[in-house]
Design a protein around this ligand. Structure first.
Ligand code: UTP
Length: 290
Protein backbone atom coordinates (compact mmCIF):
# COMPACT_ATOMS: atom_id res chain seq x y z
CA UNK A 1 0.00 0.00 0.00
CA UNK A 2 1.36 3.40 -1.01
CA UNK A 3 1.99 5.64 2.01
CA UNK A 4 0.45 9.09 1.49
CA UNK A 5 0.29 10.55 4.97
CA UNK A 6 2.97 11.78 7.31
CA UNK A 7 2.95 13.17 10.84
CA UNK A 8 5.61 15.58 12.07
CA UNK A 9 5.58 15.95 15.87
CA UNK A 10 6.88 19.43 16.65
CA UNK A 11 5.27 20.21 20.00
CA UNK A 12 8.21 19.51 22.33
CA UNK A 13 9.66 22.10 24.68
CA UNK A 14 13.19 21.91 23.29
CA UNK A 15 14.82 22.24 26.70
CA UNK A 16 18.22 21.10 25.39
CA UNK A 17 18.58 24.12 23.12
CA UNK A 18 17.40 26.86 25.46
CA UNK A 19 17.45 29.84 25.32
CA UNK A 20 17.20 29.58 21.50
CA UNK A 21 13.92 27.66 21.84
CA UNK A 22 12.31 29.91 24.47
CA UNK A 23 10.19 31.94 22.03
CA UNK A 24 11.18 30.21 18.78
CA UNK A 25 10.27 26.58 18.09
CA UNK A 26 13.47 24.50 17.77
CA UNK A 27 11.92 23.01 14.62
CA UNK A 28 12.13 26.53 13.10
CA UNK A 29 15.84 26.93 13.86
CA UNK A 30 17.54 27.67 10.60
CA UNK A 31 20.24 25.59 8.89
CA UNK A 32 21.98 28.41 6.97
CA UNK A 33 18.81 29.89 5.42
CA UNK A 34 16.12 27.22 5.73
CA UNK A 35 14.24 26.16 8.88
CA UNK A 36 14.82 22.57 9.97
CA UNK A 37 11.15 21.69 9.53
CA UNK A 38 11.23 22.74 5.86
CA UNK A 39 14.00 20.18 5.22
CA UNK A 40 11.72 17.59 6.85
CA UNK A 41 8.60 18.54 4.86
CA UNK A 42 10.65 18.48 1.64
CA UNK A 43 11.96 15.01 2.51
CA UNK A 44 8.40 13.76 3.03
CA UNK A 45 7.22 15.28 -0.27
CA UNK A 46 10.22 13.81 -2.14
CA UNK A 47 9.18 10.43 -0.66
CA UNK A 48 5.70 10.58 -2.24
CA UNK A 49 3.82 11.95 0.79
CA UNK A 50 0.92 14.24 -0.15
CA UNK A 51 -0.75 14.95 3.23
CA UNK A 52 1.15 16.12 6.28
CA UNK A 53 -0.03 16.77 9.83
CA UNK A 54 2.26 18.89 11.97
CA UNK A 55 1.71 18.54 15.72
CA UNK A 56 2.29 21.95 17.26
CA UNK A 57 1.72 23.56 20.63
CA UNK A 58 1.44 26.99 22.22
CA UNK A 59 3.95 29.46 20.84
CA UNK A 60 4.59 27.57 17.60
CA UNK A 61 2.44 29.57 15.19
CA UNK A 62 5.56 30.54 13.21
CA UNK A 63 5.52 26.98 11.81
CA UNK A 64 2.06 27.61 10.30
CA UNK A 65 3.10 31.03 9.03
CA UNK A 66 6.14 29.53 7.33
CA UNK A 67 4.07 27.17 5.17
CA UNK A 68 1.34 29.77 4.47
CA UNK A 69 1.16 32.40 1.71
CA UNK A 70 2.67 35.78 2.61
CA UNK A 71 0.83 38.25 0.30
CA UNK A 72 2.53 41.45 1.48
CA UNK A 73 6.02 39.96 1.26
CA UNK A 74 5.26 38.36 -2.11
CA UNK A 75 4.00 41.68 -3.56
CA UNK A 76 7.09 43.49 -2.30
CA UNK A 77 9.43 40.89 -3.80
CA UNK A 78 7.64 41.09 -7.16
CA UNK A 79 7.70 44.88 -7.30
CA UNK A 80 11.41 44.82 -6.42
CA UNK A 81 12.07 42.43 -9.34
CA UNK A 82 13.17 39.63 -7.00
CA UNK A 83 11.45 36.95 -9.07
CA UNK A 84 13.60 34.01 -7.93
CA UNK A 85 13.08 34.62 -4.20
CA UNK A 86 9.39 35.26 -4.86
CA UNK A 87 9.04 31.86 -6.57
CA UNK A 88 10.85 30.14 -3.70
CA UNK A 89 8.57 31.81 -1.13
CA UNK A 90 5.42 30.75 -3.02
CA UNK A 91 6.81 27.21 -3.57
CA UNK A 92 7.10 26.72 0.21
CA UNK A 93 3.35 27.32 0.62
CA UNK A 94 2.52 24.78 -2.11
CA UNK A 95 4.73 21.90 -0.97
CA UNK A 96 1.95 19.64 0.29
CA UNK A 97 -1.46 19.65 1.91
CA UNK A 98 -0.37 20.59 5.45
CA UNK A 99 -2.69 20.47 8.44
CA UNK A 100 -2.05 21.26 12.09
CA UNK A 101 -3.26 20.01 15.43
CA UNK A 102 -2.20 21.26 18.85
CA UNK A 103 -0.93 18.93 21.52
CA UNK A 104 -2.38 20.68 24.55
CA UNK A 105 0.08 19.25 27.05
CA UNK A 106 3.62 18.08 26.38
CA UNK A 107 3.01 14.48 27.39
CA UNK A 108 5.60 12.83 25.16
CA UNK A 109 6.21 11.71 21.60
CA UNK A 110 3.72 8.82 21.88
CA UNK A 111 1.01 11.23 23.05
CA UNK A 112 1.89 13.61 20.17
CA UNK A 113 1.47 10.79 17.63
CA UNK A 114 -1.86 9.85 19.22
CA UNK A 115 -3.06 13.39 18.40
CA UNK A 116 -2.84 12.31 14.71
CA UNK A 117 -5.40 9.51 15.04
CA UNK A 118 -8.28 11.28 13.25
CA UNK A 119 -5.99 12.60 10.49
CA UNK A 120 -4.45 9.20 9.78
CA UNK A 121 -7.60 7.05 9.86
CA UNK A 122 -7.11 3.43 8.88
CA UNK A 123 -3.93 3.50 6.81
CA UNK A 124 -0.18 3.24 7.38
CA UNK A 125 1.65 6.54 7.87
CA UNK A 126 5.13 7.94 8.28
CA UNK A 127 6.38 9.82 11.35
CA UNK A 128 9.23 12.27 10.82
CA UNK A 129 10.49 13.63 14.14
CA UNK A 130 10.41 17.42 13.91
CA UNK A 131 13.92 17.98 15.19
CA UNK A 132 15.72 15.29 13.18
CA UNK A 133 16.96 16.46 9.79
CA UNK A 134 18.34 13.83 7.42
CA UNK A 135 20.63 15.09 4.68
CA UNK A 136 22.21 13.24 1.75
CA UNK A 137 21.79 9.55 1.13
CA UNK A 138 20.85 7.53 -1.94
CA UNK A 139 17.15 8.33 -1.57
CA UNK A 140 15.11 10.42 0.92
CA UNK A 141 15.15 8.54 4.26
CA UNK A 142 11.34 8.48 4.49
CA UNK A 143 11.16 6.84 1.05
CA UNK A 144 13.67 4.17 2.12
CA UNK A 145 11.37 3.30 5.04
CA UNK A 146 8.19 3.38 2.92
CA UNK A 147 9.73 0.93 0.44
CA UNK A 148 10.48 -1.53 3.26
CA UNK A 149 6.91 -1.13 4.56
CA UNK A 150 5.54 -1.87 1.09
CA UNK A 151 7.73 -4.98 0.79
CA UNK A 152 7.17 -6.53 4.25
CA UNK A 153 3.81 -5.05 5.33
CA UNK A 154 5.17 -4.35 8.83
CA UNK A 155 5.96 -1.19 10.77
CA UNK A 156 9.45 0.12 9.98
CA UNK A 157 11.91 2.06 12.13
CA UNK A 158 14.74 4.17 10.70
CA UNK A 159 17.75 2.90 12.61
CA UNK A 160 21.45 3.67 13.02
CA UNK A 161 24.20 2.39 15.29
CA UNK A 162 25.14 4.90 18.01
CA UNK A 163 28.15 4.96 20.36
CA UNK A 164 27.51 2.25 22.96
CA UNK A 165 28.51 4.71 25.71
CA UNK A 166 25.67 7.01 24.52
CA UNK A 167 22.91 4.41 24.03
CA UNK A 168 21.36 5.27 27.42
CA UNK A 169 20.22 8.59 25.90
CA UNK A 170 18.43 6.81 23.03
CA UNK A 171 16.40 3.60 22.69
CA UNK A 172 18.10 0.25 22.17
CA UNK A 173 16.83 -2.38 19.72
CA UNK A 174 16.95 -6.14 19.41
CA UNK A 175 17.74 -6.58 15.69
CA UNK A 176 18.44 -9.47 13.32
CA UNK A 177 19.91 -8.72 9.92
CA UNK A 178 17.61 -9.66 7.05
CA UNK A 179 19.11 -8.01 3.96
CA UNK A 180 21.73 -5.32 3.33
CA UNK A 181 20.69 -2.43 5.67
CA UNK A 182 17.37 -4.19 6.52
CA UNK A 183 16.70 -5.81 9.91
CA UNK A 184 13.95 -7.55 11.82
CA UNK A 185 13.17 -5.71 15.08
CA UNK A 186 11.77 -7.94 17.79
CA UNK A 187 12.13 -5.79 20.89
CA UNK A 188 13.21 -2.35 22.08
CA UNK A 189 13.67 -0.30 25.22
CA UNK A 190 13.70 3.49 25.74
CA UNK A 191 16.73 5.02 27.50
CA UNK A 192 18.10 1.68 28.76
CA UNK A 193 20.27 1.32 31.84
CA UNK A 194 23.54 -0.55 30.99
CA UNK A 195 22.16 -3.99 31.99
CA UNK A 196 19.12 -3.57 29.68
CA UNK A 197 20.98 -2.61 26.50
CA UNK A 198 19.92 -4.90 23.60
CA UNK A 199 22.30 -3.55 20.95
CA UNK A 200 23.86 -0.24 19.92
CA UNK A 201 21.19 0.16 17.21
CA UNK A 202 18.66 2.89 17.95
CA UNK A 203 15.69 4.50 16.22
CA UNK A 204 16.70 7.86 14.84
CA UNK A 205 14.04 10.24 13.64
CA UNK A 206 11.90 8.25 11.21
CA UNK A 207 9.28 5.49 11.49
CA UNK A 208 6.45 4.12 9.36
CA UNK A 209 3.58 2.66 11.37
CA UNK A 210 0.36 0.75 10.76
CA UNK A 211 -2.87 2.28 12.17
CA UNK A 212 -2.95 -0.40 14.91
CA UNK A 213 -0.39 1.75 16.75
CA UNK A 214 -3.22 4.04 17.91
CA UNK A 215 -5.06 1.44 19.99
CA UNK A 216 -1.71 0.42 21.49
CA UNK A 217 -0.88 4.06 22.30
CA UNK A 218 -4.28 4.51 23.96
CA UNK A 219 -3.38 1.86 26.51
CA UNK A 220 0.31 2.78 26.89
CA UNK A 221 0.99 4.15 30.40
CA UNK A 222 3.49 6.97 30.95
CA UNK A 223 7.04 5.62 30.89
CA UNK A 224 10.50 7.26 31.06
CA UNK A 225 10.28 10.91 32.27
CA UNK A 226 6.55 10.39 32.96
CA UNK A 227 5.84 10.77 29.22
CA UNK A 228 3.88 8.47 26.91
CA UNK A 229 6.75 7.00 24.93
CA UNK A 230 6.32 6.01 21.30
CA UNK A 231 9.05 3.40 21.89
CA UNK A 232 6.88 1.65 24.51
CA UNK A 233 4.01 1.36 22.02
CA UNK A 234 6.31 0.23 19.19
CA UNK A 235 7.71 -2.42 21.53
CA UNK A 236 4.20 -3.89 21.83
CA UNK A 237 3.77 -3.62 18.05
CA UNK A 238 7.12 -5.39 17.48
CA UNK A 239 6.09 -8.18 19.83
CA UNK A 240 2.55 -8.52 18.41
CA UNK A 241 3.14 -8.16 14.64
CA UNK A 242 6.89 -7.80 14.24
CA UNK A 243 8.63 -4.68 12.97
CA UNK A 244 11.41 -4.00 10.50
CA UNK A 245 14.37 -1.65 10.76
CA UNK A 246 16.14 0.07 7.89
CA UNK A 247 19.53 1.70 8.22
CA UNK A 248 18.75 4.68 6.01
CA UNK A 249 21.59 6.01 3.89
CA UNK A 250 21.43 9.73 4.75
CA UNK A 251 23.07 11.43 7.73
CA UNK A 252 20.84 12.47 10.59
CA UNK A 253 21.38 15.74 12.43
CA UNK A 254 19.75 16.30 15.81
CA UNK A 255 18.42 19.87 15.82
CA UNK A 256 17.34 19.40 19.44
CA UNK A 257 20.99 19.41 20.48
CA UNK A 258 23.54 22.22 20.22
CA UNK A 259 26.25 20.13 18.56
CA UNK A 260 23.75 18.73 16.03
CA UNK A 261 22.75 22.26 15.01
CA UNK A 262 26.40 23.20 14.45
CA UNK A 263 27.14 20.03 12.46
CA UNK A 264 24.11 20.51 10.21
CA UNK A 265 25.01 24.15 9.63
CA UNK A 266 28.59 23.34 8.58
CA UNK A 267 27.49 20.51 6.25
CA UNK A 268 24.79 22.57 4.54
CA UNK A 269 26.97 25.69 4.31
CA UNK A 270 29.77 23.73 2.59
CA UNK A 271 27.32 22.86 -0.21
CA UNK A 272 25.30 26.08 -0.34
CA UNK A 273 25.73 27.75 -3.76
CA UNK A 274 25.84 31.29 -2.33
CA UNK A 275 28.34 30.80 0.47
CA UNK A 276 30.20 27.52 -0.04
CA UNK A 277 33.44 28.92 -1.51
CA UNK A 278 33.95 31.66 1.06
CA UNK A 279 32.81 29.39 3.89
CA UNK A 280 35.28 26.64 2.90
CA UNK A 281 38.13 29.20 2.97
CA UNK A 282 36.93 30.46 6.33
CA UNK A 283 36.83 26.94 7.81
CA UNK A 284 40.33 26.19 6.47
CA UNK A 285 41.63 29.41 7.97
CA UNK A 286 40.25 28.81 11.45
CA UNK A 287 41.22 25.10 11.33
CA UNK A 288 44.90 26.19 11.07
CA UNK A 289 44.73 27.52 14.61
CA UNK A 290 42.84 24.65 16.22
P1 UTP B 1 12.33 15.25 21.88
O1 UTP B 1 12.22 14.47 23.12
O2 UTP B 1 13.65 15.31 21.18
O3 UTP B 1 11.85 16.76 22.07
O4 UTP B 1 11.19 14.76 20.88
P2 UTP B 1 11.76 17.69 23.35
O5 UTP B 1 10.79 17.16 24.34
O6 UTP B 1 11.47 19.05 22.78
O7 UTP B 1 13.26 17.60 23.87
P3 UTP B 1 14.04 18.28 25.08
O8 UTP B 1 13.08 19.11 25.91
O9 UTP B 1 15.10 19.15 24.47
O10 UTP B 1 14.64 17.12 25.80
C1 UTP B 1 11.33 14.47 19.50
C2 UTP B 1 10.28 15.23 18.68
O11 UTP B 1 8.99 15.02 19.22
C3 UTP B 1 8.35 16.24 19.49
C4 UTP B 1 9.45 17.27 19.63
O12 UTP B 1 8.97 18.55 19.22
C5 UTP B 1 10.53 16.74 18.69
O13 UTP B 1 10.39 17.25 17.39
N1 UTP B 1 7.54 16.10 20.74
C6 UTP B 1 8.11 15.66 21.88
C7 UTP B 1 6.20 16.43 20.70
O14 UTP B 1 5.66 16.83 19.64
N2 UTP B 1 5.46 16.33 21.84
C8 UTP B 1 6.01 15.90 23.02
O15 UTP B 1 5.26 15.83 24.03
C9 UTP B 1 7.37 15.56 23.04
Amino acid sequence: MQIRKAVIPAAGLGTRVLPASKAMPKEMLSIVDKPAIQFIVEEAVASGITDILIITSRGKTTVEDHFDRAPELEARLLSAGKQKVYEEIVRISNLANIEYVRQKETKGLGHAVLCAKAFVGNEPFAVLYGDDVVIGGEKPACQELCEVYEKYGLGVAGIKPVELSQIGKYCSLNVQKQEERIFKVTDMIEKPSPENVMSNYSILGRVVLPPEIFSILESTPPGTNGEIQLTDAMRVLAQQQGMMGVEYTGTRYDMGNKLGILQATVQVALKHPEVKDEFREYIKEIAKNL
